[in-house]
Design a protein around this ligand. Structure first.
Ligand code: TRH
Length: 384
């Protein structure tokens, strides 16, 4: 009798939406494209509900899009460990679950449970070169007969790759070829043809008002679409208001700032496809903006002791490799300003719009040649 392959993905929410967003995409792809039975265990379901409104954050167990979602609570209930166990972002598995994995591997469990488990520590994304040397490294458990493997997403063939669903580019190209349809599907009026449409998703410590002032004085009209949750105080202050809600828009100089509702994850992907340039943050929106094949400005998640600085540099080094020097300089300069709360020269950046656009397409095409993260995981785990 053929066994059903089961994977468990464990994730603790540190903050924001990225942890849930990444695990949710991975769970869905493993289910839809590989027929794997996935259980997603999250210690807080609220961020998932925000990006996927079908999820009910009050339920202990639920099935959404063929993924079983469990609220990870302590004390952790006794469940049979899956064939593959993903510990996302070093979240530390429940001790009882690890003990059950060890029992299964050492033959102490009953026949049904007796099978080797593959334990993966899924890391955060980094373009730093050291990642290639650590990807797929084995780390034997100090006491138990278990091995944990480090798995690094990344931008090169010597890493685990990036989350990218099958057919994503075909779907993107189809919608990008019909902008009127794309905007109407998003529920946003089709923008005027001379406007540069920019989406803005950032942390609150970004120099938002500097950017808004730069757009106000920019040489050509800019429409900034700002998802509601990040319609920060800075944007409201810039508009001379105490609060900005979804549906409100404000015009100053050459800028129209339009606050839009926070969207479900797939719709947000479509927003990235629709805009001329996307300001994104963290990890998941950063990757999705690259798949949009449009110029991207990344606000990196800040880490202690400025560990994010080399991470940002490493990405820009890789991304700018085939970009003409003057355009690369403008891109680096805008990233530096955006990440270090400095002045921003938007016009100097956007005068390279054509070359930046061509490069964004070429960059996405180049990344398609390395296996996506889900496929890399399935191949690696199959080979264990
Ligand atoms: O929310 P984030 O800041 O998440 C961060 C990063 O993942 C960071 O690396 C991690 O250390 C930290 O969390 C704990 O940014 P990120 O990664 O872009 O995730 C945002 C998610 O929200 C992404 O899946 C897209 C989704 N989203 C929507 O679904 N709708 C929206 O309207 C918007 C703006 C975002």
């Amino acid at each position: 009798m053929k066994r059903t392959v089961r994977w468990d993905i464990f994730c603790r929410i540190v903050d924001n939406y990225g942890d849930a967003g990444i695990c949710w995409r991975l769970a869905r792809q493993l289910t839809a494209e590989f027929g794997i039975n996935v259980r997603l265990l999250l210690d807080d379901l609220r961020p998932l509900q925000r990006i996927c409104p079908e999820v009910d954050s009050n339920l202990a167990v639920q099935h959404v899009r063929n993924v079983q979602i469990l609220h990870w609570v302590e004390p952790f209930p006794a469940i049979i460990p899956a064939n593959v166990v993903i510990e996302a972002f070093g979240c530390e598995l429940p001790a009882s679950y690890v003990a059950a994995m060890a029992a299964a591997s050492s033959g102490l469990a009953n026949t049904d449970e007796k099978m080797k488990r593959v334990w993966i520590n899924l890391e955060y994304l980094s373009a730093e070169p050291w990642v290639e040397g650590f990807h797929e490294l084995a780390s034997p458990h100090p006491r138990l007969p278990l091995i944990k493997y480090f798995f690094f997403p990344g931008f090169t063939a010597a890493t685990g790759g990036l989350i990218r669903e099958a057919g994503l580019f075909t779907q993107r190209d189809f919608l990008q070829s019909d902008p009127a349809k794309l905007w109407s599907e998003l529920g946003i009026p089709y923008p005027a043809s001379d406007e540069t449409i920019v989406s803005l998703f950032s942390y609150n410590h970004a120099p938002i008002s500097n950017l808004l002032y730069a757009w106000t004085a920019s040489k050509s009209p800019v429409r900034c679409l700002l998802p509601e949750s990040v319609a920060s105080l800075q944007a409201a202050q810039w508009a001379g208001k105490s609060h900005l809600a979804a549906g409100e828009s404000v015009q100053h100089g050459n800028l129209v700032l339009q606050v839009i509702p926070f969207m479900a994850q797939e719709r947000y992907d479509h927003l990235l496809w629709a805009c001329d340039c996307n300001f994104v943050r963290g990890e998941d929106s950063f990757v999705r903006a690259q798949w949009a094949a449009r110029p991207v400005i990344w606000q990196i998640y800040p880490q202690q002791e400025n560990a994010h600085h080399p991470k940002l540099r490493a990405f820009l080094d890789l991304y700018c490799r085939k970009l003409p020097k003057d355009a690369a300089d403008a891109l680096r300069s805008l990233h530096q300003g955006w990440n270090d709360s400095e002045q921003l020269d938007w016009d100097n950046f956007w005068k390279y719009r054509k070359v930046l656009q061509q490069h964004a397409v070429a960059w996405a095409e180049q990344l398609v040649h390395i296996p996506d993260l889900a496929s890399s995981l399935v191949n690696f785990c199959g080979s264990r």
